[in-house]
Design a protein. Structure first.
Length: 168
């Protein structure tokens, strides 16, 4: 799924579940960082597009970089947009970065034959074609839809609670 918004669907569900303990912005940044290697590979004509960055070790490293760089960047952006309700925690940033990179390799492993997610410890990709690619996309969309629905429901319940608290 390089360069597609499908990876963001799981992030919406993670945000709905994790709330302030999960950074959706860092999650999104992690998705971009993960696909730098395939982008360079496409430009240069490499035979393997999903190499080291699409392994468990690569995901761990990139997730950490996403968290460390994403915290100050996300804080600045949210502050500029007037959306920073409370300080962004390191826990939220590492949750966003690591869930972002590990979910990325999980979903990419299902559809990309050039992946070796457990390299250098094991070769092969047991997840390849575990489910049809079209179904994988539907799973990502469903996760996104569920996440948005949960977030909307929480907001509606919170709004209703605020309205009834002020009345005798």
């Amino acid at each position: 799924m390089p360069f597609t918004p499908f990876h963001l669907g799981p992030g919406a569900l993670f945000k709905a579940i994790g709330g302030d303990r999960f950074s959706f912005m860092v999650f999104g940044g992690a998705q971009v960082l993960m696909d730098i290697e395939p982008l360079i590979g496409l430009i240069r004509g490499w035979p393997v597009l999903h190499g080291y960055t699409h392994t468990v070790a690569g995901a761990l490293a990139i997730g950490a970089v996403a968290a460390l760089t994403g915290k100050p960047i996300s804080t600045c952006v949210l502050r500029l947009l007037g959306m920073l309700r409370q300080p962004l925690t390191w826990t939220a940033c590492f949750a966003g970065g690591l869930l972002g990179t590990f979910s990325h390799i999980l979903f990419d492993a299902v559809m990309h034959a050039d992946m070796n997610p457990w390299s250098p410890f094991a070769q092969g990709n047991a997840l390849l074609r575990l489910i049809p690619v079209g179904d994988l996309h539907l799973v990502c969309l469903a996760m996104g839809g569920a996440g948005v629905a949960i977030i909307a429901l929480k907001a509606a319940l919170q709004s209703g609670r605020h309205r009834t608290e002020g009345k005798p």
